[in-house]
Design a binder for this molecule. Structure first.
Ligand SMILES: Nc1ncnc2c1ncn2[C@@H]1O[C@H](COP(=O)(O)OP(=O)(O)OP(=O)(O)O)[C@@H](O)[C@H]1O
Ligand SMILES: [Mg+2]
Length: 495
C-alpha cells in the first residue's frame, strides 16, 4: 500500500517542471553580491499583472474564483512593489510599508495549499510551508518561528537575497488562537503570535542560530579562509506571509455578533445563512474573539474565504485536463503499461462519493484509491493492458475484476494454443461461464483447467484440417465426447 500511496504534490512538480517560473527573473549575480547592505538590492524584474496570475490560477483551481481574484491581485502587487522600492524616498519607504500578508480561511481540501504552491511556482520565488501547530507544541521559544526564515534561505540554496523575496506559508494558523475553550497553555499561543507578527512586519533574523555551534564554526572558518565575512542576517520586510486555517467555530462567533446587532431590528437571515456566507462577513473583532491578538490580525489585512467544493466542483476538478488526481492515477497504472481510462459517468459517480467524504478534493484521492486498489494489485501480473473505469466497475468491482481475469486467462491459453499447435480456439460466452464457475469450485486456475480439458484437441482438429475451432457449452461439459462426435459429423458431411 505504501508504494501506491499517491502524492499529488509529486505530480504537481511534474506538471509544472518546465512550464513556469518566468515571473521573477532575478539577476543572480547582482542579487547575490550587492545584497550586503539593505537598500542596495537590484530592481526586481517582475512582470506579472494581477489578471495574468488570476487566469493562470483559474486554469488549475476550480470553484475559487472570488478568492483567487483577491489573492492574485495582492500577491502581484506585493512583488511589483519591490520593483519600485529602490526608487522610494526614505519617508515613502517608512510610511508606505504596509505589507499585504494574506489570511486564507477554508475547510480541508479546497485548494489553500494548492493555490499558494502554484503561485510560488509561477513567480519563481522560494517558498516554504509549515504548520503553525509546530510552534504551539514547543511552547514559548523565541527562536522557533525564526527557523521559518532560515528554512527559506535553505530553500533558496543559501541565497539570502533571494530568500528575502520568498513566500512563507503557515497552515493551521487557527490552532495558535488563544481561545479559552481550547486546551493547552494560552500563554504559549499568544507568544507564538507575537513572535510571528514581528517577522510578518519586518525583522532581522540571524542566519545561524546561536546554539548551532557547528554552523558558527563553519562560518568562522569560511571567513578566515576567504577573508570575507558573509552576510549573516535576513530581513523579512519583503517576505510575503500567507497563513491559513479552517477556523472551525468562527462562524458561531460571527453569528453571535450579527444576531446581537439585529436585536430590536428586523430578524436577519443570518441565522439561516450558511457557513460560507457567514465567514465572508468576518471582521477583525471576530478574529480577536477567536483568540488572536489585535496586533496579529493587524498584520493580516487581506482575508480570503475559500468555498467548499460541491459535487459539481469535484467533477470539474476531475474533468480539468490539469487535474492531478486523474493524471496521477493514470500514471500509477502506466507504470505497469496499463492504459487506464474513465467514462464521464464514472467521474460523476466518483465525484459524488468523494463529496460524501467531506474532505474536499482530498476525498477524490481516497475514493480513487478505494475504487482501484484491487485492480492496481492484480492487473500487473496479467496480460491486461487496458482498464476502463465505468459505472459497472465502481458498483461491482469484484465481479468486474473476476470477468477481466477470466478473459485474461482464456486469452493467455488461446495464445499459447495458437503458438504451439497453430490452432485458434474460440469460446462461447456460455462456455466461459461454466469454466469460470468450475475453476472457482475446484480452486484451480482457468488456464490449468483448459489445458486439462482440451489436452488432446489439437490431434482431432488437425485431423480435420481446421485452423480454428469453436468451444461451446457442450464441449466444456464433455470435451472428449464432443470432439469425437464433431469429427464423426465432419466425415459424414464430407463423404
Ligand atoms: N479547488 C480546487 N481545484 C482543483 N484542485 C484542487 C482544489 N482543491 C484541492 N485540489 C486538489 O486537492 C489537493 C489537496 O488540496 P490542498 O492541499 O490545496 O488542500 P487544503 O485546502 O490546503 O487543505 P488542508 O486544510 O487539509 O491543508 C491539491 O493538491 C489539488 O490536487
Ligand atoms: Mg493545506
Amino acid at each position: 500500500m505504501a508504494n501506491s500511496a499517491y502524492d499529488p504534490s509529486k505530480d504537481f512538480e511534474e506538471i509544472l517542471k518546465n512550464e513556469f517560473s518566468e515571473g521573477l527573473k532575478q539577476d543572480a549575480e547582482t542579487m547575490g553580491s550587492k545584497s550586503g547592505v539593505h537598500g542596495e538590492r537590484s530592481e526586481m524584474n517582475f512582470n506579472i499583472k494581477p489578471e495574468e496570475l488570476e487566469s493562470y490560477l483559474n486554469k488549475y483551481v476550480i470553484g475559487q474564483s472570488d478568492a483567487i481574484e483577491v489573492i492574485a491581485t495582492k500577491v502581484c502587487t506585493h512583488f511589483n512593489r519591490m520593483k519600485i522600492e529602490t526608487r522610494l524616498t526614505e519617508e515613502e519607504r517608512i510610511i508606505g510599508n504596509i505589507k499585504s500578508n494574506i489570511l486564507l480561511i477554508g475547510p480541508t481540501g479546497v485548494g489553500k495549499t494548492y493555490i499558494v504552491k502554484l503561485i510560488a511556482k509561477k513567480i519563481g520565488v522560494p517558498f516554504i510551508k509549515a504548520d503553525a501547530t509546530k510552534f504551539s507544541e514547543t511552547g514559548y521559544v523565541g527562536g522557533d518561528v525564526e527557523d521559518l526564515v532560515r528554512d527559506l534561505v535553505h530553500e533558496a540554496d543559501g541565497d539570502i537575497a533571494k530568500a528575502e523575496y520568498g513566500i512563507i506559508y503557515l497552515d493551521e494558523i487557527d490552532k495558535i488562537a488563544a481561545s479559552g475553550q481550547l486546551n493547552g497553555p494560552d500563554v504559549s499561543r499568544s507568544g507564538v503570535q507575537r513572535n510571528l507578527l514581528k517577522l510578518m512586519e519586518e525583522a532581522e533574523v540571524d542566519l545561524k542560530t546561536p546554539h548551532d555551534l557547528a554552523s558558527q564554526v563553519e562560518a568562522a572558518m569560511e571567513a578566515q579562509r576567504t577573508g570575507k565575512v558573509k552576510r549573516q542576517k535576513i530581513n523579512t520586510r519583503n517576505i510575503l506571509f500567507i497563513v491559513s486555517g479552517a477556523f472551525g467555530g468562527l462562524n458561531d462567533i460571527i453569528k453571535k455578533r450579527l444576531n446581537m446587532q439585529s436585536i430590536g431590528f428586523e430578524k436577519t437571515a443570518s441565522v439561516a445563512a450558511d457557513m460560507q456566507d457567514l465567514l465572508k462577513k468576518a471582521k477583525t473583532e471576530d478574529l480577536m474573539n477567536y483568540g488572536f491578538e489585535s496586533e496579529f490580525v493587524g498584520r493580516l489585512p487581506v482575508y480570503v474565504v475559500l468555498n467548499e467544493l460541491d459535487v459539481e466542483g469535484l467533477y470539474k476538478i476531475l474533468k480539468n485536463k490539469f487535474s492531478s488526481v486523474v493524471m496521477g492515477k493514470k500514471l500509477d497504472f502506466r507504470a505497469y503499461d496499463i492504459d487506464l481510462s474513465f467514462t464521464d459517468e464514472a467521474l460523476r459517480i466518483l465525484a459524488e462519493k468523494a463529496h460524501a467524504e467531506k474532505t474536499g478534493a482530498r476525498g477524490l484521492l481516497s475514493v480513487f484509491e478505494k475504487t482501484l486498489i484491487k485492480f492496481e494489485k492484480t492487473l500487473p501480473s496479467t496480460e491486461i493492458k487496458k482498464l476502463e473505469v465505468n459505472r459497472e466497475l465502481i458498483d461491482s468491482p469484484d465481479a468486474v475484476l473476476k470477468k477481466l481475469l477470466l478473459t485474461d486467462s482464456i486469452k493467455s491459453f488461446q495464445k499459447n494454443f495458437l503458438l504451439v499447435h497453430g490452432i485458434f480456439l474460440e469460446f462461447d460466452q456460455s462456455a466461459l461461464d461454466i469454466i469460470q464457475n468450475r475453476a472457482l469450485e475446484h480452486r484451480t486456475s482457468i488456464k490449468g483447467l483448459c489445458e486439462e480439458m482440451f489436452h488432446d484437441y489439437h490431434h482431432g482438429i488437425k485431423l480435420m484440417g481446421l485452423e480454428s475451432f469453436r468451444i461451446t457449452e457442450e464441449a466444456v461439459n464433455d470435451p472428449d465426447g464432443y470432439l469425437e462426435r464433431y469429427i464423426k459429423n465432419n466425415y459424414k458431411k464430407k463423404s
